[in-house]
Each structure stands twice: as structure tokens, then as C-alpha cells.
Design a protein around this ligand. Sequence first.
Ligand code: NI
Length: 185
Amino acid sequence: MALLKIARMGHPVLSHVAEAVSDPTSPEVARLVEDMVETMLDAPGVGLAAPQVHVPIRVVVYYMPAGRDENGVGEPITALINPVLTPVGLDRDYATEACLSLPGMAGVVPRFLNLHFSAQRLDGSHFEREVSGYHARLLQHECDHLDGILYPQRMDDLSTFGYIEELSERDVEDEADGYESGENP
Ligand code: NI
């Protein structure tokens, strides 16, 4: 296990489309996932995509602490290999996001409320689910990293983008909970 260095906005690895993983069962992928989980928990964060640790392949890890999602039970630490997201319906909502690659900053981002996703597990098996709300938002944020997209590129009102400390003083959004920072400002 090892802590990995997290790339910050401006590093080219964050703006490229990541490669598909050809063999999810390889020891290299298993080791990467272990290290990504350790790095995510240390940061602390609730999601991390492989390009954020300078590995341009389609791997995401995340979890949801109990109480953070609508039904209150959370999600265990999960690794998604080659995830594919498909919005279900056109409903969107707005909420404040933060990102480990933009430390100290946050902004209000529109995301689809409901989506279907498919992915592979570390054993190579395929699975699919439908998720909504916070879970759907978190996955959209993380999977955007696999396509070289950071959350400011999804914003439609940059006046809500700024340093978390300043935003909280303005009381613009009191739910600036940082989808990756995992901390209240
Ligand atoms: Ni992020």
C-alpha cells in the first residue's frame, strides 16, 4: 500500500481521455485500486479517479458515508473498472462540489438526478445499477475525470466558484460539503 500524489488542475493528465482497462483482473490494477483507496481515505475524500493519481486508465474508487445519501445507509468502498454512465431522464439538480484536484475550492454544478451505470469489478465480472441523487452526482463527477473533465467545466454560473473559506463567509451555499473533500468547509 502506498499514498499516491494527487494531480492538481492544470496538470495535463487531468485533461486527457483515459484508456480502457483491458484486464481488470491484473495484479497491477488490484494494486492501483488498493493505493487509490488508501489515498482517498487519507486525503480525506469520498471519490478518486485514476487520472487524479497520474494513471490515465478508466478506474474509479468511491464510497458514501452513512447519512450522506438519501436513504441514509451509504455505500461501501467500491471500485469501478471501465464504468459507463447513462442518464435516466433529463432531470437535473444543482449542488456544491469540491475536488481533490482543486484543493480549497468549490462551485455549484448541475448534474443529472438519475442514471444507469455499468462497470466491471476487479474479478472482471460485469454489473449494472440505477442510482440517483448524491450517488449519481458523485459518479458523474468521478467519471468526468476519466474523460478529462473537471467540475468547473460543468458549471453554468462561475460566480458560485471560489475558495471554500470565502464562499462560506458569503454563505452562498451552506451545503458546500465537498464530494471529494469529505469535509464541511
Ligand atoms: Ni474530482
